[in-house]
Design a protein around this ligand. Structure first.
Ligand SMILES: Nc1ncnc2c1ncn2[C@@H]1O[C@H](COP(=O)(O)OP(=O)(O)OP(=O)(O)O)[C@@H](O)[C@H]1O
Ligand SMILES: [Mg+2]
Length: 456
């Protein structure tokens, strides 16, 4: 039996949760506000776990969490944050302050039982469990936001929040347009380095022979054309975050130099003998398979280890169908706001969006919505308004069905296998070796599966 403190101003919810927890065999103490919670804790309540609501009158949930973390008199205790509306910000904020978990209401009895087991066995696996959060509460703003309600994106947001508490190097992977750069910016904003600079360098966009002086800077006359001194980007990022985009395109000679910076935490501008100490957090991103590049001798293994301290993978949009419509609505609201127009997606348009494979991921979705906003005549966006998507998509019957729930399992699995294989082949332009690689299976097993499904 554990002692659990439940903090929520919603009496019905709090009492319901308290009852479930008592049923599960625990001692429950209730508090209707953040202030009341702090009072019972200071009064000596030895809670083993706290369920804490986000929105509270007076001191809110994050405020309470902050006090708990900052108060040496209180022993650290696992805190589960509860919210009616999960936003990327409150998820990241909670995890950054060390919350054990972030749940959306309502919370089922089974979820609670599983969660408590995790808490008390202190095994911190990543979150699972259904949370069909609404997308409400995400503001339209100029700040970078990594939106998403899918299980996969919620997991990414939680990882980001945890990563924001350290200075460890982060390696962000994902296909084009999945939000790697937004993720890096959000991480910077959530970290204690937010007052420093976020300096982004695209290693693929800068000619190889200029990359070194771009990163390290140079002294006057360091090379032909170096008429003046130049501060390098690494030094500019001092106290902040250095975002190395497309790290897979960094030439080997630079990889070695970067490794030295990471190890020695100083830089020597080209053509100088000065050594400048730097305090930067490095966040790298790539859409390439660095492991494969290491095997091929194109990327240094020691650098990969050094970069990949915290790996963060952004799944492609087609693997998180639950995010498509909320993102579309968000981009629609943002695109129509300046013109004070109100537009909405018809059911037919929604189906088309959900069925599209989005090879360009979130970027493609955002562009599609902006395009349709400027071209669609009526307030309702029809399926035909989105006809341009067809050109880049594979035929509808090959798209992974969004809802397989009503089918018998074997049939659903066969449908999914078929759709995945057909799509992988389409994306690979019929190249079976490439399709097998995309599917993460051997070529032999692709052939076997294709034969079994009657595919040629
Ligand atoms: N989760 C998200 N929430 C809101 N906007 C997003 C999200 N993911 C991506 N975007 C938007 O999609 C566009 C592409 O994102 P971003 O530039 O971060 O992708 P990327 O992974 O760096 O792509 P590339 O590999 O092509 O450089 C941006 O306009 C970004 O704001
Ligand atoms: Mg990018």
């Amino acid at each position: 039996m554990a002692t659990i403190l439940v903090v929520d101003d919603d009496d019905a919810f709090r009492e319901g949760l308290a009852e479930t927890l008592s049923d599960l065999g625990h001692r429950v103490v209730q508090a209707p506000s953040g202030e009341a919670a702090l009072q019972v804790l200071h009064g000596g309540l030895a809670a083993d776990c706290i369920f804490l609501d986000f929105r509270l009158p007076g001191l809110d949930g994050l405020g309470v969490l902050e006090r708990l973390r900052g108060d040496a008199a209180l022993k650290p205790v696992p805190v589960v944050m509860l919210t009616a509306h999960a936003t990327s910000d409150n998820t990241i904020g909670a995890m950054r302050l060390g919350a054990f978990e972030h749940l959306t209401k309502p919370v089922g009895r089974n979820d609670i039982a599983v969660l408590l087991e995790r808490i008390f066995s202190a095994s911190q696996r990543p979150a699972t469990g259904p949370d069909e959060a609404p997308f409400a509460g995400e503001p339209i703003s100029d700040r970078p936001l990594l939106l998403g309600v899918s299980e996969a994106m919620r997991a990414v947001q939680k990882q980001l929040g945890r990563a924001a508490t350290s200075d460890a190097t982060v390696l962000i992977t994902g296909e084009t347009g999945t939000g790697k750069e937004v993720a890096a910016r959000v991480l910077h904003e959530a970290s204690r380095r937010r007052d420093g600079q976020f300096v982004a360098v695209n290693c693929a966009a800068i000619p190889h022979d200029l990359l070194e002086s771009e990163l390290f800077g140079h002294g006057k006359g360091a090379f032909t054309g170096a008429a003046t001194e130049r501060t390098g980007r690494i030094v500019e990022a001092d106290g902040g975050t250095l975002f190395l985009d497309e790290i897979g395109d960094m030439p080997p000679a630079m990889q070695a130099k970067l490794l030295r910076v990471l190890q020695e935490k100083n830089v020597t501008p080209l053509g100088t003998s000065r050594t400048l100490p730097v305090d930067v957090r490095v966040v790298a991103a790539t859409h390439r398979d660095l492991d494969a590049m290491v095997s091929a001798g194109e990327f240094r293994q020691d650098l990969l280890y050094r970069l990949n301290v915290i790996p963060l993978h952004l799944p492609p949009l087609r693997e998180r169908i639950a995010d498509i419509l909320p993102l579309a609505e968000h981009f629609l609201a943002a695109a129509t706001k300046p013109a004070h127009r109100v537009m909405h997606l018809s059911a037919q348009a929604q189906r088309r969006l959900v069925g599209h494979p989005w090879p360009g991921n979130v970027r493609e979705l955002k562009n599609a919505i902006e395009r349709v906003c400027s071209l669609a005549p009526g307030p309702a966006i029809t399926g035909d308004d989105l006809a341009f998507l067809r050109g880049t998509s594979v035929p509808a019957e090959h798209v992974l069905p969004a809802d397989l729930a009503d089918l018998p399992l074997a049939e659903a699995i066969e449908r999914v296998e078929r759709a995945m294989i057909v799509r992988a082949l389409a994306l690979a332009s019929g190249n079976r070796a490439d399709a097998a690689r995309r599917l993460g299976i051997s070529r032999q097993s692709l052939y076997t599966k294709m034969a079994g499904l009657g595919l040629n």
